[in-house]
Design a protein around this ligand. Structure first.
Ligand code: AMP
Ligand code: MG
Length: 400
């Protein structure tokens, strides 16, 4: 007799998965390996930036009060007594009408309180000594990057859970974090089920298909920030499948299987969950595609039984597996971004279930327009190649 399953709302199903908090673990890695990882600790400034008063330009450091009254007709003259490049330290404290020739990034000498760019100085020599002449008054503090003007020591710069991008990497380096605390990637095991499956290197045979789901899911797992291990494909045989799945569960945090969750004669996953003693959170969701998506838990581990149909498999991962992975990576916003867009074409076939149509977004005259990525059937693989978003069409009798 066919089992009648009661569908639950997508939101309810997502909440059921999210209640099962996967343990977030942190690890310390080299800054060289930290791209696209998530911080497990906030970044604080370990020193002020700049950490000393410095020059933003190449020019001359002087004391502003020495320019009081300076004009075209009444220029002031400074003797250049020191010369420093970035990384060098001033050797002279400036006295009245003395200047230091200073390069971008160098420390402002004592006695100076402003910098004048080369462009407005007239340079000359007298008795073999360098001098400059200035024809205007310079305000105090002009062209000086003050210590701490950008960042104060102890400032919170980036929150825990943030994805490390090139700018964050620059901050890490700025503050001497050569080792970085990041969220450890959960390990996701992948197994495909189906007697019809061929590995990709095998030639096509009558009645068989190549296993595409395993490769697609591996790629989705990586994109979601987790680590994956592919454990191969299983023929639809209960005993051997059960044994393999049981042993793999010892090694992974999450197990994703594809196929075998429906009610066909060879859909063995329900029997395997039972035999494992796993708690099935749900096995029917009011959505298209992927209504047979099943999620079960066993202790701290989660088992995702995704449909074998490629589009359903894809959507099932994005809706249910991705957010919990993101949470274990400390991402405070684990869900896919939601926005409103105009549909480029209408959908004629109404369905009582919420539909997740594979699509892509285009901006047309400044408006966000969403297009279908191709054939909209759960068994379709081709449209996934063009999918950058999912159109969420509410269930109901109406065409959209
Ligand atoms: P199932 O969920 O096992 O009932 O499979 C549903 C459909 O998806 C069947 O037509 C399968 O042949 C197909 N399918 C199952 N597993 C895969 C896979 N790994 N790659 C591509 N198609 C698959
Ligand atoms: Mg199958």
């Amino acid at each position: 007799m066919v089992e009648i399953r009661k569908p639950i709302f997508v939101e309810t199903a997502v909440s059921a998965v999210m209640e099962h908090q996967l343990k977030a673990v942190s690890e310390v890695i080299s800054i060289h390996a930290c791209d696209n990882r998530r911080l497990s600790e906030p970044i604080y400034a370990t020193n002020a930036i700049p950490s000393f008063d410095k020059s933003p330009y190449d020019g001359f450091a002087i004391k502003s009060s020495d320019t009081n009254g300076a004009s075209k007709n009444c220029p002031v003259t400074f003797q250049v007594v020191d010369h420093i490049g970035a990384g060098e330290l001033p050797t002279k404290k400036l006295q009245v009408n003395e200047a230091t020739r200073i390069m971008t990034g160098a420390k402002i000498p004592e006695g100076a309180d402003c910098v004048v760019m080369f462009e407005i100085c007239h340079e000359f020599e007298q008795d073999g000594q360098p001098f400059i002449r200035l024809k205007r008054e310079i305000p105090e503090g002009d062209n000086i990057m003050k210590e701490g003007s950008e960042i104060q020591k102890g400032d919170l710069l980036v929150e825990k859970g943030t994805l490390i991008n090139p700018g964050i990497k620059a901050l890490l380096a700025t503050f001497g974090y050569h080792h970085v605390s990041v969220a450890k990637k959960p390990l996701v095991g992948i197994i495909s089920t189906g007697t019809e499956l061929l590995e990709i290197e095998e030639p096509l045979q009558p009645g068989k298909i190549r296993n595409s789901n395993a490769y697609m899911i591996a790629s989705q797992v990586k994109r979601a920030g987790a680590e994956y291990r592919y454990y191969g494909q299983l023929a639809d045989k209960l005993e051997s499948s059960f044994g393999k799945i049981k042993s793999v569960l010892d090694e992974v945090d999450i197990l994703i299987t594809t196929g075998g969750v429906s009610v066909g004669d060879y859909d063995l996953m329900p029997a395997i969950y039972e035999k494992l003693g796993a708690e099935v959170l749900f096995n029917k969701v009011a959505m298209r595609p992927g209504s047979v998506t099943t999620v079960a838990s066993m202790g701290s581990k989660l088992l995702f039984g995704l449909s074998g149909n490629p589009s359903a498999c894809y959507v099932g991962f994005e809706l249910f597996a991705r957010p919990i992975i993101q949470t274990s990576l400390y991402n405070p916003n684990p869900f896919l971004k939601r926005t409103k867009a105009i549909m480029a074409t209408s959908f004629l076939k109404a369905n009582p279930f919420t539909r997740f149509v594979r699509g892509y977004i285009h901006f047309e005259k400044g408006t966000m327009v969403v297009h279908s990525a191709g054939m909209d059937k759960s068994n379709v693989v081709s449209s996934l190649a063009h999918t950058t978003c999912l159109m969420v069409l509410p269930g109901g009798e109406q065409r959209v």
